[in-house]
Ligand binder design. Structure first.
Ligand SMILES: [Fe+2]
Length: 291
């Protein structure tokens, strides 16, 4: 029989991986056990704190549903999501930068013609989005896909609203032969990440605010190119300097120009003030590496 002290226990757990046939899994688990044990030793974790941690992770799991992902929110608010993204999608050659997917992506948004209003019936200030999707060489990419989603003008996503049963402020738009896209939606406002669950309790205990600056989400993809999961952030929005999920990148902050009521960029009458924004996304060829 072997007994373990507070040091030898780590070595013993790692030794049990000796028969593991997956080298990557073995390497990751060895590191995880090493850091986890070091963490427990460093903070001299009490039994009560360990129980609290187990209960917290249990609550995070129980809070997840088909339309709510509390573990992604936990990863986001601890900066792990951005760390993984930054490691795997280094900014280079002017290609569009990636940022967090966030917990509100909903697979299967409708394919819509260019120029469509994604936010029909959604409260918020109208905004007209346009730009191009380009290859690394600057050539326009035809038929590139923008999978777009945002909250409403109050900062809530459709899946957060009990009265909403379908998708709102979501859609897929494809580029034309010149790589151009354009569509109408709203200018999203800053919002709080969900605070009614265990991650909200964690943020309050940490003394942190839960707000994200105004942004619209997009996954931009094209055949033969690496897709980019990203946002456009609204220049001047509150919380650009203290995003609760650390997702802001300077290159993704876009100027939204305000216009008085009148004729919109697609010739339609707009009875309220509206905004226009133009942004080009540059993608890296898939052969250039990365995942
Ligand atoms: Fe968001």
């Amino acid at each position: 029989m072997r007994e373990f002290d507070e040091k030898s226990i780590t070595r013993a757990v790692i030794e049990r991986l000796s028969e593991c046939s997956d080298p990557r899994f073995k390497s990751v688990m060895t590191s995880l056990v090493t850091h986890l044990h070091d963490f427990v030793r460093e903070v001299q974790l009490t039994e009560a704190e360990w129980v609290t941690a187990i209960q917290f992770l249990t609550d995070v799991g129980k809070t997840c549903t088909d339309q709510r992902q509390e573990f992604i929110l936990l990863s986001d608010t601890l900066g792990v999501s951005v760390l993984v993204i930054t490691l795997n999608h280094p900014a280079d050659q002017g290609s569009a930068e990636s940022t967090v997917l966030g917990p509100f992506y909903w697979e299967g948004a409708p394919d819509l013609p260019r120029g469509s209003n994604l936010a029909k019936g959604v409260e918020g200030e109208p905004a007209f989005y346009s730009g191009r999707v380009l290859g690394a060489d600057g050539l326009p990419l035809e038929n590139a896909l923008l999978d777009i989603w945002s909250g409403n003008g109050d900062g809530y996503y459709d899946m957060q609203l009990p009265e909403e049963t379908g998708m709102k402020a979501r859609g897929k738009i494809r580029t034309d032969a010149e790589g151009r896209y354009w569509f109408r939606s709203i200018r999203p406002t800053f919002y709080a990440v969900p605070t009614d669950g265990p991650v909200g309790r964690m943020l309050r205990k940490m003394g942190r605010h839960p707000y994200r600056p105004g942004h619209i989400h997009m996954i931009v993809s094209a055949a033969g190119y690496l897709p980019v999961t990203t946002h456009l952030f609204i220049a001047g929005s509150d919380y650009l300097d203290s995003d609760a999920v650390f997702g802001v990148k300077e290159s993704l902050v876009a100027q939204f120009d305000r216009h008085v009521p009148g004729i919109g960029p697609e010739g339609e009458r707009v009875d309220t003030p509206f905004y226009t924004v133009n942004y080009d996304f540059r993608l890296r060829p898939a052969a250039a590496g990365g995942a």
